[in-house]
Write a protein that binds this ligand. Structure first.
Ligand code: PMP
Length: 365
């Protein structure tokens, strides 16, 4: 058997294992922050029509610049943020992971550095490594919030080419204040990428970094249809930024990266935005129910603006993870000592999770 060590692999990839949450066949899968609600029947019908229509043109390459889709995404962003956003400010790719990869291909790369405030989305350093970009861990306080002054000082000292701010943050659920984002923008000469994958789940009063875009050409807001829209299988992520940033990612994107089927399906889904986002409030209510139930079990959580909750504190989090799995509940061990992360789903899933948790706490708590 050939092993990776036998291949002429890039040195920085040696000894690494592929990213991936376990895809186990478990009754309650609460480990990858997906939306549990089935797609509305009217959307399923429209998807069938849209895909059949797009299939007729499959002998041709797709619209390389996905103009119609970017126009629809711009309309969604403008409508929900109150900020004017034009199609020339929007770029789309296969999941926001690909958007982030294109940003690092354009603005990171060999001899350059990215910085993100860890613990945060584990793909940021992984995509950095894949694009040859150096990585620096930014600091958070013990409660997982970002200390604006310390963050600005660190960015000034490191002078990264790309700064990542995940807000709301994965895996902690922590939102970052817009004032902090503004201060980080002023502190860096590099690109500032605000990863807003979970922004639709934020509690009232949280504002998107879209409101900061005007006059800040090095600011990028990254979004996805995988979470609030409940379309993780579609693979559709997008960004909003200055049109020059869109031009920059077009230098590195593969031609025809976004298939005609993906573009057609995403447009069909966006036509049902209101129905798709109707499930968001229900998910937020389940998140808040989980948060409220934890103290009664002697547990705690990190305040969350996302569709998941980081909960603990366990003496042995891996043992708690296994005990929940034995009760058919799959949560995520994100490698933070004492903590586990659970995705908020349906009320039945919350019931199952809380029941299982109630059983295991006396044993492993
Ligand atoms: N950003 C964050 C913070 C995430 O948690 C995720 C998904 N786990 C992504 C980006 C990537 O999402 P997708 O590629 O499905 O758009």
């Amino acid at each position: 058997m050939t092993s990776l060590d036998d291949l002429p692999l890039r040195p920085e990839l040696r000894g690494k294992t592929a990213y991936g949450a376990p895809q186990l066949d478990v009754r309650h899968r609460l480990n990858t922050n997906e939306n549990p609600h089935p797609l509305p029947a009217a959307l399923l019908a429209d998807l069938g029509t849209a895909l059949a229509e797009a299939s007729r043109g499959l002998n041709r390459y797709p619209d390389r610049d996905a103009v119609a889709l970017r126009t629809d995404l711009a309309t969604y962003l403008a409508r929900t943020s109150g900020v004017p956003v034009g199609a020339d400010q929007v770029w789309a790719a296969n999941g926001s992971n690909e958007v982030l990869q294109q940003l690092l291909q354009a603005f990171g790369g060999a001899g350059r550095t990215a910085l993100g405030f860890t613990p945060s989305y584990s793909m940021h350093p992984i995509i950095s490594a894949g694009t040859g970009t150096g990585w620096v861990d930014g600091h958070r306080r013990a409660d997982f919030t970002v200390d604006a002054e310390a963050a600005v000082a660190q960015v000034r000292a490191v002078q990264p080419d790309v700064v990542f701010v995940t807000s709301p943050n994965n895996p902690t659920g922590t939102a970052v204040a817009l004032e902090t984002i503004e201060a980080l923008y002023d502190a860096t000469r590099g690109m500032l990428v605000v990863d807003e994958a979970y922004t639709e789940f934020a509690r009232p009063g949280t504002r998107s970094a879209l409101t900061l875009l005007a006059g800040r050409p090095r600011l990028v807001v990254s979004r996805t249809m995988s979470k609030a829209f409940g379309m993780a299988g579609l693979r559709l992520g997008y960004l909003a930024a200055d049109p020059a940033v869109v031009e920059a990612v077009q230098l590195v994107r593969l031609p025809y990266h976004l298939s005609s089927l993906t573009q057609a399906a995403a447009r069909a889904a966006l036509a049902h935005t209101d129905a798709l986002l109707a499930g968001v409030d229900a998910v937020k209510a389940e998140r808040d129910r989980i948060v409220a139930a934890l103290p009664g079990m002697g547990l705690t959580s990190v305040p969350s603006d996302a569709n998941f909750v980081l909960f603990g504190h366990f003496g042995d989090a891996p043992a708690a993870w296994r005990a929940l799995l034995e009760r058919d509940v799959l949560v995520r061990d994100v490698g933070l000592p004492g903590w586990l992360r659970v995705t908020a789903g349906t009320s039945e899933e919350t019931d199952a999770f809380l029941t299982a948790l109630g059983e295991i706490v006396p044993v492993v708590g």
